[in-house]
Design a protein around this ligand. Structure first.
Ligand code: NAP
Length: 280
């Protein structure tokens, strides 16, 4: 067995649930690389010391998951995306410098590009539910694509207001009970909350008022087809799911660490789908 020359990992606490090893080790095998991707369970109090010795531990970089994303930002040199989102999910060593980015932005956009080609052509009004880390990445991406009006509705209104202040003119904040009234004029409807996820309450919003041309995206991926996506599909609306986002957000980290740009294939999707079904 040849010595592994490049390694990366996912750092989290807990970390067992992460599908990143499945995704990255699939690409490593597919591309025939002498590399490895591992899981590292690191307590919050040990995170700074862990990343300070990333190279000594044999790593060229890492994914970072809950609860370390804000700490990863603070301990690295972030790019504009991670800085704007306020959280980093991908670290890499650039010489001696630990750099970071947030790949949820491109994961969300690339998944829409593949699932609903041309989705942003003429699209002017989006509604994003949620104001957490994922919602911030999505709002950043939508602004980057030139979407004119993005209404952010959140259970805790003050957090939607924070996003409006953070991102400026294209973002309007909305109260949770205003959502139904926004649907008729919405081109893109995004669930970026944990509602609809297995073990969480359902997203209790009726889709009747969305126009037939609307696109619906849900970033929750357990279950694969959330009740929101099921209802949207039943109504003939175009949809993008959370698993697609998860797979696409992994591409950039892999290419930063291993120097090859991997593909999100149907085979990879099936592999992760089977794992999700097996463990749910
Ligand atoms: P987060 O920072 O904890 O934010 C959670 C969001 O959900 C907040 O806006 C929160 O509202 C809202 N929420 C939670 N419970 C609610 C309830 N009962 N009613 C209404 N709103 C509720 O989490 P996050 O990192 O943004 O992640 C959000 C979801 O996206 C998670 O399910 C996560 O697994 C998923 N995700 C998927 C991907 C992917 O690649 N597909 C990537 C990132 C995240 P408050 O502000 O009022 O608490």
């Amino acid at each position: 067995m040849p010595k592994i020359v490049r390694a990366a990992c996912v750092i989290g606490w807990p970390v067992e649930h992460s599908r990143s090893p499945l995704i990255h080790n699939y690409w490593i095998k597919q591309l025939g690389l002498n590399a490895e991707y591992r899981r590292e369970a690191v307590r919050p109090e040990d995170f700074a010391a862990f990343v300070a010795r990333l190279a000594e531990r044999g790593y060229v970089g890492a994914n970072v998951t809950i609860p370390h994303k804000e700490a990863a930002l603070a301990l690295s040199k972030p790019d504009a995306r991670a800085q704007a989102v306020g959280a980093a999910n991908t670290l890499w060593l650039d010489g001696e410098t630990l750099r970071s980015t947030n790949t949820d932005v491109e994961g969300f956009l690339a998944n829409l590009d593949v699932s609903v080609p041309g989705w942003d052509r003429g699209l002017s009004n989006a509604v994003v539910l949620g104001a957490g880390g994922a919602a911030r990445a999505i709002v950043y991406g939508l602004i980057d694509r030139g979407i004119g009006t993005i209404r952010v509705a959140n259970r805790t209104f003050e957090r939607a207001e924070e996003l409006r202040k953070m991102f400026g003119a294209p973002v309007k904040s909305a109260h949770w009970d205003e959502i139904a009234g926004l649907l008729a004029g919405t081109d893109l409807f995004v669930n970026a909350t944990s509602l609809g996820m297995a073990g969480h309450p359902p997203l209790d919003i009726r889709m009747e008022d969305l126009p037939p041309s609307a696109v619906v995206a849900d970033i929750v991926y357990v279950p694969l087809t959330t009740p929101l996506l099921a209802e949207a599909k039943e109504r003939g609306l175009r949809t993008a799911d959370g698993l697609g986002m998860l797979l696409h957000q992994a591409v950039r980290g892999f290419s930063l660490w291993f120097g090859k740009t991997p593909e999100v294939t149907a085979e990879l999707r099936k592999l992760v789908e089977a794992d999700l079904v097996r463990k749910s």
